[in-house]
Design a binder for this molecule. Structure first.
Ligand code: PCA
Length: 208
């Protein structure tokens, strides 16, 4: 059983990306996990993800990214077929209102048990919540591309996306989470996904 855990390169004005730092920590303590860093580039991110899946043939894929401003680790429930980049990517591209994949569905749902994952993260004492939007930038693009790829080429492989908060050293004011806690959370998500067939029958919805 191989698990592919991806994180992202630094982007914007940051020198680090806690998603990659946390992925490295998880891979250092679990020998079923392979970590791969993805570029924050619309052109290059999905080819890199596909190459990693074809090379490692995982039975579970968890992609992680940084969500600045979030207070909790957030397993994502839905990927949308839309790119609307608020800032240029690391290659200078800033696509606006284009699909991730032309003629693909409007959205995919994760195949991770997100409610069991949130419960598992919280059981470790780390704040967590189900999220219903992964944004419209490279993280959502990778999440959508992952679900499209798995649906078409690897239907037996479970996969999804988890956003982690910024690390404390990245923010002067506002929410952040120690990278070690983000790693604990990603570890818990992986274990939950490997051990939970059907997700919990509890609400994780929001009224707005
Ligand atoms: N966060 C960005 C892209 C890379 C990352 O770590 C996002 O949420 O789209």
């Amino acid at each position: 059983m191989t698990v592919l855990l991806t994180g992202f390169a630094p982007f914007g004005s940051s020198a680090v990306n806690p998603s990659w730092q946390a992925a490295l920590l998880v891979a250092s303590r679990r020998d079923d996990v392979i970590s791969v860093e993805l570029p924050v580039e619309f052109e290059a991110s999905l080819p890199a993800l596909r190459a990693a899946i074809e090379e490692h043939r995982p039975s579970l894929v968890v992609c992680a990214g940084e969500a600045g401003g979030r207070v909790a680790v957030t397993p994502e429930r839905v990927a949308i077929n839309l790119i609307d980049a608020r800032i240029p990517d690391n290659a200078g591209a800033q696509p606006i209102d284009v699909p991730v994949i032309a003629d693909a569905p409007a959205a995919y749902f994760t195949t991770l048990p997100v409610k069991a994952a949130v419960a598992a993260i919280q059981a470790e004492g780390v704040p967590a919540a189900v999220s219903h939007t992964a944004g419209t930038y490279v993280c959502n693009q990778v999440f959508f591309g992952l679900m499209h790829l798995l649906a078409h080429d690897f239907p037996a492989v479970r996969g999804g996306f988890v956003h982690v908060p910024s690390a404390p050293e990245q923010v002067e004011a506002g929410p952040s989470l120690d990278v070690r806690l983000s790693a604990t959370a990603l570890d818990a998500v992986i274990t939950a996904a490997l051990t939970t067939a059907d997700d919990l029958d509890v609400s994780a919805g929001t009224l707005n």
